[in-house]
Write a protein of this length. Structure first.
Length: 122
């Protein structure tokens, strides 16, 4: 299903209960359906290059282990609304690629403000 220019998630996919891997990369998906929880056997999901702002529905998938988003395998704590991502997560995020996405999403100034950063040099 990658590179199909989908703008909406095909509801019929949610009826594929034995599906374990779903590739939806390079589409125009802005939302994921609430009934995605029906994909109880889904283990891998590729959402790269979709303008999604909310990944929280993925928390309802018990078997899901891998979510590729923005070019990385996104850890479970990021399966939330992107607006809920926290600057504090930078302090213990070991993956540099995930940190880069987090900085881009949370925005530099917000990070500096929330973490009480001090300007040492300009």
């Amino acid at each position: 299903m990658g590179r199909n220019h989908l703008t909406t998630f095909p509801e019929v996919i949610c009826s594929l209960r034995k599906l374990t891997r779903l590739i939806l990369r390079d589409n125009q998906l802005s939302t994921l359906p609430e009934n995605i929880f029906a994909l109880t056997n889904l283990v891998e999901l590729d959402l790269n290059n979709n303008p999604l702002k909310d990944l929280s529905v993925l928390q309802k998938l018990p078997s899901l282990q891998e979510v590729r988003f923005s070019g990385v395998n996104l850890p479970r704590r990021y399966w939330d609304r992107l607006s809920n991502w926290r600057p504090e997560w930078l302090l213990d995020e070991e993956n540099a690629d995930v940190r880069s996405i987090l900085v881009a999403q949370v925005r530099h100034q917000s990070i500096c403000d929330r973490l009480n950063a001090i300007l040492l040099n300009s």
